[in-house]
Design a protein around this ligand. Structure first.
Ligand code: NAD
Length: 244
């Protein structure tokens, strides 16, 4: 049976951490599907190059840990592209190391980017979306948030926090017309996972697999989507089907 083509024309989508990896693959795929995409990333030269390559109007420096930087990014998106329909909170880091050796500043940085950045982005986007009774916040968590992986305790905890936060926000805001979804990718071949011991020889997903799951999610919001291996093996949790 032929797969229905996804049409995202008319959707204004902002993606954090869009300069490379899953964020860039998502920006590329959504643009091809007709969405009007903006990318923000702390890596200014790379986000500029990626944005120019894709012909995007908005490709800006963004530090998700700085609420002012985030607000300015969203202001620019809405000023230049129109009301925000979808925010993909994708920026994240994954330092690997033994918990007992982890310096405080590494712990703080992981939580700042992976948790605080996601919560701030969700809040700022929901404030804009709720009065219009339309919008979708997609938070990129990880299967690591529910699986034991040695050397990744703080990262796993941060991703479990994203899952819990997203579900709580979803319930709190569902009557306002704003959807919340969490995407839990398996190991995916990007620079983030390149140095991770234990992923070698595994059948990882490609960033394009995660991008495809996100594209499908935009057309049909679900609370949680687990991307377990490759496109086609995507399994969606049926535990909390949205009421809308
Ligand atoms: P990546 O390292 O390739 O890309 C992450 C991007 O985020 C980079 O461009 C980086 O500059 C940007 N970034 C980092 N800190 C930032 C900040 N403070 N503000 C704005 N941008 C910032 O990583 P990826 O593999 O594409 O991961 C994307 C997301 O997917 C992350 O949240 C990651 O935890 C999650 N994830 C990745 C995997 C994997 O195996 N690659 C698996 C599950 C979940």
């Amino acid at each position: 049976m032929a797969r229905k083509t996804i049409d995202l024309r008319g959707e204004v989508v902002a993606i954090t951490g869009g300069a490379r990896g899953i964020g860039l693959a998502t920006a590329t795929r959504l643009t091809r599907l007709g969405a009007t995409v903006a990318i923000g990333d702390i890596d200014e030269p790379r986000v500029k190059a990626a944005g120019e390559d894709l012909g995007l109007t908005v490709h800006s420096r963004l530090d998700v840990t700085d609420p002012r930087s985030f607000e300015e990014f969203l202001d620019r998106v809405e000023r230049e592209l129109g009301p925000l329909d979808v925010l993909v909170n994708n920026a994240g880091i994954m330092p690997v190391g033994q918990l007992t050796d982890e310096p405080d500043e590494v712990t703080r940085r992981i939580l700042d980017i992976n948790v605080f950045g996601v919560i701030v982005g969700s809040r700022l986007a929901a404030r804009r979306m709720a009065p219009r009774r339309r919008g979708h916040v997609i938070n990129i968590a990880s299967l690591a948030g529910e699986t034991f992986l040695p050397g990744l305790a703080t990262y796993s905890g941060s991703k479990a926090a994203v899952v819990g936060f997203t579900e709580s926000a979803r319930r709190e805001l569902r009557r306002s017309g704003v959807c919340f979804s969490a995407v839990l990718p398996t190991f995916t071949d990007t620079e983030l996972s390149a140095g991770t011991p234990g992923t070698r020889g595994m059948r990882n997903a490609a960033p394009e697999d995660i991008a495809e799951a996100i594209a499908a999610l935009i057309t049909k919001p679900r609370p949680e989507v687990r991307v377990t291996r490759a496109a086609g093996l995507m399994s969606a949790s049926q535990r909390y089907l949205p009421r809308r």
